[in-house]
Design a protein around this ligand. Structure first.
Ligand code: DGL
Length: 276
C-alpha cells in the first residue's frame, strides 16, 4: 500500500486532511500528528527541522511515497532542507510538498486592495517565508505578518471556544489591522486556525476576509496528481485511512473527532532519529 502521508505537529493538519480527503476520497492516507511534542511554533529552526525529518522518514517507512507537510511551521523551516538534502539521497521518486506555496499562489486573485496580512506561529512569521514567496510571485502585493503564539495552544487544549480565546484573537486581529489598515485578506497561515474561524470572522471589520488554506491546498494537490501520473500511479486508492500520534491514543481520537466530525481509530508511535 502506498498512501499519501500527511504530517502536522498536532491536530491542525486535520483541517488540511479533511479538505484533501473530500477532494480526493479514493486515495489511501496516513496522518501523523507529533502531538507529544506540539506546539512547534515557538521551537528553534534546528529543532523543527529535526522533528519534521523524523516524522517524514517515519511516513516513508510506512510506505508513503508522497508526504504533505500540513503544517506551515514545518513547511517554512524544514521543507527545503528535506527536498534538497534528503530526497535525492534517499530516492528521487519520493515527494514532499508543503502548504505555503499553494496558499500564496491563490492570493493575488483573492485580494482586491493588494494588501495582505498573514497570521501564523512565531516560527512561520519570523522565517518570513510568506513575505518571500509572495514578493517572489506577486511583487506588487504588500504583506504584513502577525505572530499569534497563543492560538495553537488554545486549539490543542480545546479552549478555542472559551471567553479566554476572545482576548487573544481580538488582540492580534486589532494589531495587524493597525499595522496596515488597507489589508482586505488575512491568510490563516497555520493549519490550526480554521478552528478559530467563526471567532475570527466575528471580530473582523467589514471588508476584511479570512483565508483558510485547506481548500486551496486540496485543489493544488489534485492538480499536482493529475499532472504527475508517474506519482499518482504509485498511490493506492482503496479509501483507507490510518492515524498515528506520538501522544496517547485516547486523547488524539477524542480531539481528532471534533476536527473530522467522525470517530477514528488511532495508533501510538514513537519518533526517533533514523536515516531510513
Ligand atoms: N499547525 C502548525 C502550522 O500550520 C503549527 C502548530 C504548532 O505550533 O505546532 O504552523
Amino acid at each position: 500500500m502506498s498512501s499519501i502521508g500527511i504530517f502536522d505537529s498536532g491536530y491542525g493538519g486535520l483541517t488540511i486532511f479533511d479538505k484533501i480527503q473530500k477532494a480526493l476520497p479514493r486515495y489511501d492516507y496516513t496522518y501523523l500528528g507529533d502531538n507529544a511534542r506540539a506546539p512547534y511554533g515557538t521551537r528553534s529552526f534546528d529543532v523543527v527541522c529535526r522533528f519534521t525529518r523524523q516524522a517524514v522518514m517515519r511516513l516513508f517507512r510506512e510506505d508513503c511515497r508522497l508526504v504533505i507537510l500540513a503544517c506551515n511551521t514545518a513547511s517554512a523551516k524544514a521543507l527545503r532542507n528535506i527536498q534538497q538534502k534528503d530526497l535525492p539521497r534517499l530516492d528521487p521518486d519520493l515527494r514532499v510538498l508543503g502548504v505555503i506555496r499553494p496558499t500564496v499562489e491563490a492570493i493575488d486573485s483573492i485580494s482586491r486592495t493588494k494588501h495582505v496580512g498573514v497570521l501564523g506561529t512565531t516560527g512561520t512569521i519570523v522565517s518570513r517565508s510568506y513575505d518571500i514567496e509572495i514578493k517572489h510571485l506577486f511583487p506588487h502585493i504588500t504583506v504584513t505578518g502577525e505572530a499569534c503564539p497563543m492560538w495553537v495552544p488554545l486549539v490543542e487544549n480545546n479552549e478555542y471556544n472559551s471567553p479566554g480565546a476572545d482576548y487573544f484573537i481580538k488582540k492580534h486581529l486589532e494589531h495587524i489591522l493597525t499595522l496596515d489598515g488597507a489589508i482586505d485578506t488575512l491568510v490563516l497561515g497555520c493549519t490550526h486556525y480554521p478552528l478559530l474561524l467563526d471567532k475570527i470572522r466575528s471580530f473582523l471589520p467589514p471588508g476584511v476576509t479570512p483565508f483558510p488554506q485547506g481548500g486551496r491546498v486540496a485543489e493544488s494537490l489534485a492538480d499536482y496528481l493529475s499532472r504527475h501520473q508517474e506519482i499518482d500511479g504509485r498511490l493506492t486508492k482503496q479509501g483507507r485511512r490510518r492515524f498515528l500520534t506520538t501522544e496517547s491514543v485516547g486523547k488524539f481520537s477524542e480531539t481528532a473527532s471534533i476536527f473530522l466530525h467522525q470517530s477514528i481509530e488511532v495508533e501510538q508511535i514513537t519518533l526517533t532519529e533514523s536515516l531510513q
